[in-house]
Design a protein around this ligand. Structure first.
Ligand code: GFB
Length: 318
């Protein structure tokens, strides 16, 4: 990838896509292509076709997806399955047919079996049943990585797949029904502190474990692998930092400076008990993460406060 190559970041307004744009710009890539949903609806095959025919990108980072936390996944299975299948099928196929030199597809650690041995290796794919709450999203992402493999085998298309662990950072979704756990906890503790609330409700038992990776680390791994990896197998990308949800909630409570005690709502599902990724393949290539959870959490909370201040400052529109 040269600094003047045209690079399409699909999903540039999302958590991952925005981090990719920041990382690419910081690395000196000046010819970035983006498209809002209004300009090019990636679930629409004709729109995707028009985009590739007219803009002719040389490289593609496929970060566009319907994403969300456990509640959104569990209650909107059709959206998570269909939209992701549509987006990735349209983009991967058009990229191949329009001569893209290389494509990077972003999957998720939820592609692996619910009870996979820990830490999870890439070879554990399709060795057991999926976690029911996000099986729809997982099936779509498995289809995406298989599509990359199939196009590589049949057409020699250089498409690689990354499987990141749970992500967080600036630009995350803080909608309490749709978000992942970390932004939800930041918002809940922040609002509880301001309101002097008596308790903060945390979903589930608090005992599941999750591994968190800052999105700027993921973007750095994406650039690294775009430059240094052209294998068929997916590549796990994690931090190695695993924490119980109950301990995470306590950590967020302290960072936010909230006094309210935590109450666990066990009527909400826990999801998978644990999903720690084995990243030895990626480490062996020479990439390591740089942002620890405490540092990343403080930075994300600062970003969230800035966002709230900005929203207060901006005139409200109907
Ligand atoms: O981040 P999260 O929504 O998704 O939830 P998953 C992680 C854990 O945090 C679950 C608990 O055990 C939740 O029950 N949790 C506690 C909360 N309080 C909250 C809260 O207020 N909001 C949320 N959202 N969770 C996702 C998949 O699974 O992981 C996606 O649904 C994707 O498809 C992503 O793969 C990486 O880690 O369970």
């Amino acid at each position: 990838m040269n600094s003047t190559d045209s690079i399409f970041v699909a999903g540039h307004r999302g958590l991952v896509g925005a981090a990719l744009v920041r990382a690419l710009q910081a690395a000196g890539y000046s010819n970035l292509l983006t498209a809002t949903r209004q300009e090019t609806d990636l679930t629409n095959q004709e729109a995707v076709e028009r985009f590739f025919a007219s803009r002719k990108p040389s490289y593609v980072f496929l970060a566009a997806a319907r994403v969300g936390g456990i509640m959104a996944n569990n209650t909107r299975p059709a959206d998570f399955l269909t939209e992701n299948l549509q987006i990735q099928t349209n983009v991967i196929d058009a990229a191949y047919r329009h001569g893209v030199k290389k494509l990077l597809f972003l999957g998720s650690s939820c592609i692996y079996p619910k009870l996979a041995p820990q830490p999870i290796q890439e070879q554990d794919l399709l060795t057991g049943s999926l976690e029911p709450t996000n099986q729809w999203y997982a099936i779509a992402k498995i289809a995406g990585l298989k599509m990359c493999q199939a196009y590589r085998r049949q057409h020699g298309f250089d498409a690689i797949s990354l499987m990141p662990t749970n992500l967080y950072g600036p630009g995350d979704n803080f909608d309490l029904q749709a978000s992942h756990v970390l932004p939800a906890l930041i918002r809940k503790f922040h609002e509880a502190r301001l309101a002097g609330a008596q308790e903060v409700v945390v979903w589930g038992t608090g005992s599941p474990k999750r591994e968190f990776l800052h999105v700027d680390d993921l973007a750095s791994a994406c650039l690294f692998l775009m430059r240094n990896y052209d294998g068929e197998e997916p590549m796990n990308v994690g931090s190695g930092e695993e924490i119980e949800i109950g301990a995470l909630a306590e950590m967020v409570r302290q960072v936010v400076g909230c006094q309210a005690p935590i109450r666990f709502d066990t009527s909400v599902p826990d999801g998978t008990p644990r999903k720690l990724l084995d990243c030895s393949k990626l480490r062996a290539l020479g990439w390591t993460p740089g942002i620890g959870l405490t540092q990343g959490l403080r930075q994300t909370y600062a970003w969230y406060q800035d966002l709230l201040a900005l929203n207060d400052y901006l005139p409200r529109t109907a």
